[in-house]
Design a binder for this molecule. Sequence first.
Ligand SMILES: Nc1ncnc2c1ncn2[C@@H]1O[C@H](COP(=O)(O)OP(=O)(O)OP(=O)(O)O)[C@@H](O)[C@H]1O
Ligand SMILES: [Mg+2]
Length: 267
Amino acid sequence: MTDPSAPDVAPDGVAARPQAGAGEPLVVLRDVNKHFGALHVLRDIDLTVRRGEVVVVIGPSGSGKSTLCRVINRLEPIDSGTITIDGAELPEEGRELARLRAEVGMVFQSFNLFAHKTILDNVMLGPVKAKGMRPRDAERRAKDLLDRVGVANQSAKRPAQLSGGQQQRVAIARALAMQPKVMLFDEPTSALDPEMINEVLDVMTDLAKDGMTMVVVTHEMGFARRAADRVVFMDEGRIVEEATPEEFFTNARSPRAQDFLSKLLTH
Ligand SMILES: Nc1ncnc2c1ncn2[C@@H]1O[C@H](COP(=O)(O)OP(=O)(O)OP(=O)(O)O)[C@@H](O)[C@H]1O
Ligand SMILES: [Mg+2]
């Protein structure tokens, strides 16, 4: 919905996402290159994610999608190029890196919740430990977030007592508790049983509608069509094509994207 001529109300009657401040660049990668040894995994990546935008990244296995997510908060260093978040360039290390990292929420395929802590503690811990928030305030926020992702009634349990879909929703609440400016999702539903995929996608769709800036690596093409403002297609470390979901799914330009889509449809 970055198109200025786009209507305020989507065709299905759902109000358009809030666009306050939309349009300014929030995450900007310029000419980013990264190798793992001799393997060139990110090649001349230029990508701008604007405030409020939802960018879905798709592409074949090994094309560099996870690495792209990981360099955005320097879980992986880059060889050349620059990455800025809300105008501030990511340094290689130190306090400033920790501060900028906290502005980026990450949700992975595996939930990585603290096994021995309650659900509520899992969501409270970051704000208390990393941001010095008062436990009472952190608890209130955690309860609100657990309610928002639909697991408020699970807050006293431990992660192993929840379903995979519930755990992933807790992982989303935990990331949101840090009040990130952007959320990165790396295949958040690919470890889930089919019946749990939608409950996680629904939470993500709601987040998108609320105006959260999101970068989502996913094979869920329904989600991409429904929630993405833009699809970025990667192959062999390059961004090969960027388009609106409508353009991409009906009229992909590059042969590699066409090939990728034809394989998806026949599986
Ligand atoms: N820590 C690492 N050390 C060495 N090579 C790596 C490392 N992490 C990833 N790679 C390689 O970099 C390339 C890109 O990997 P990446 O995980 O970013 O791909 P992907 O697009 O996320 O794939 P998938 O769809 O399978 O998750 C692959 O060839 C992978 O084997
Ligand atoms: Mg990956």
